[in-house]
Design a protein around this ligand. Structure first.
Ligand SMILES: Cc1ncc(COP(=O)(O)O)c(C=O)c1O
Length: 375
């Protein structure tokens, strides 16, 4: 085992060493609990009720005895919410991606994947036996010209993209991806982990772009971000759902979600459906946060989503600011390579309905002080 200390000391020397922090009691500005549903009284009480009725774990995979009416109700609600005929739950977003993508493209097929896609999508594409090409971020002209030249060489083509990019907060151009997928006969896989509950009235990036689901579109989302729970789902056609239940290895060979998590997520979906104003309040809070942060001496990325990265650049500087914030009870982690490219280390701020305006003002003030900025 003497190779391990070498790896760790190299990470330390490059300011890339990572440690977990106990988050209780800290002011959290980096979680994905965008709507504050994790502690919403109705969400929590729905989960507790199911927990008391069904017990702690689910005790088996979905195909054995781990599928209950809580799972089915949530799948039905998510299909309705996303405007698709069917939906299948997975244990997590990572599991949904690695279970689904290798089924959509295999030998003789092609996957075209945005370079800023989430690591779980990257791993999912690596698991597929299809040929893979990574395209420059949101460079759909590149995609078009590649397909113009090479489309005929492949059987199926799968376009893979984040809906809202997790480290930059920008959105994929779904309208253009729809046009491309139609022209070149492609499947389109959209990971809407961060768009679900935050854009398109909460329904995600398709709704945000004014688009309806089409047969060739596979919509993935997580329960663990704006919906405040844990787990994930894939929405699409009835045939796709049946294929996943029969073939997705991360569904078949993994214990299903505990019913209490499904009950909590179902309540979260119902709350958004009942009052889309919740999502609008998040947008307003996000705008407020941006107006407070935009003058800071960082590259502040803002695309109207609650992910507002403050790009510091140097890994060491991002860690210094993050550590100083922590000493003041504020949690805003430095995101570094390999999550983002080297030299683009950032404080990935996420806005949540949990934050009061004063919290955001205090944070902006602290960041101003720590960056040595005097206006
Ligand atoms: C875009 C994206 N996809 C997938 C995942 C994985 O989801 P999960 O945390 O449920 O595994 C995440 C984040 O965790 C994500 O940001």
């Amino acid at each position: 085992m003497d190779w391990i200390p070498d790896i760790l000391s190299r990470l330390r020397a490059e300011e890339l060493y990572r440690e977990r922090i106990l988050s209780e009691g800290l002011k959290d500005f980096c979680s994905n609990d965008y709507l504050g549903f994790r502690n919403h009284p109705e969400v929590v009480s729905s989960a507790v009720k199911a927990l008391e009725e069904t017990g702690l774990g689910s005790a088996a995979s979905q195909l054995i005895s781990g599928y209950t009416r809580y799972h089915r109700r949530l799948e039905e609600a998510l299909a309705r919410f996303k405007g698709t005929p069917a939906c299948v739950l997975f244990g997590s977003g990572y599991l949904a991606n690695v279970g689904t993508i290798p089924l959509l493209a295999g030998e003789g097929d092609l996957i075209l994947s945005d370079e800023l896609n989430h690591a779980s999508l990257i791993d999912a594409c690596r698991l597929s036996k299809a040929e893979r090409k990574i395209f420059p971020h949101r460079d759909y002209r590149w995609v078009r010209s590649f397909l113009e030249r090479e489309r005929r060489l492949y059987n199926r083509v799968l376009l893979v993209t984040d809906g809202v990019f997790s480290m930059d907060g920008d959105l994929a151009d779904l309208e253009e991806l729809y046009r491309i997928s139609e022209k070149y006969d492609c499947l389109l896989y959209v990971d809407d982990a961060h768009g679900t509950g935050t854009v398109g009235g909460g329904r995600g990036v398709l709704a945000e772009a004014g688009l309806r689901w089409r047969e060739n579109v596979i919509l993935m989302g997580t329960l663990s971000k704006a919906l405040g729970s844990y787990g994930a789902f894939v929405c699409g056609s009835r045939e796709l759902a049946d294929l996943l239940v029969n073939r997705a290895r991360s569904l078949i060979f993994s214990t299903s979600l505990p019913p209490s998590l499904c009950a909590g997520a179902l309540k979260a979906v119902e709350l958004i459906e009942k009052d889309p104003g919740i999502v609008e309040s998040l947008r307003k809070k996000t705008e407020k946060a941006y107006s407070l942060l935009k003058g800071l001496p960082f590259r502040v990325l803002y695309h109207g989503t609650p992910i507002i990265p403050l790009v510091v650049g140097e890994e060491r500087e991002a860690v210094r600011i993050s550590t100083a914030l922590l000493e003041r009870g504020v949690l805003l982690r430095a995101v570094r390579y390999p999550t983002v490219p080297k030299g683009s280390a950032r404080l990935r701020l996420t806005v949540s309905l949990r934050h009061e305006e004063e919290d955001l003002e205090e944070l902006a003030e602290l960041l101003r002080e720590l960056s040595g900025y005097t206006p």
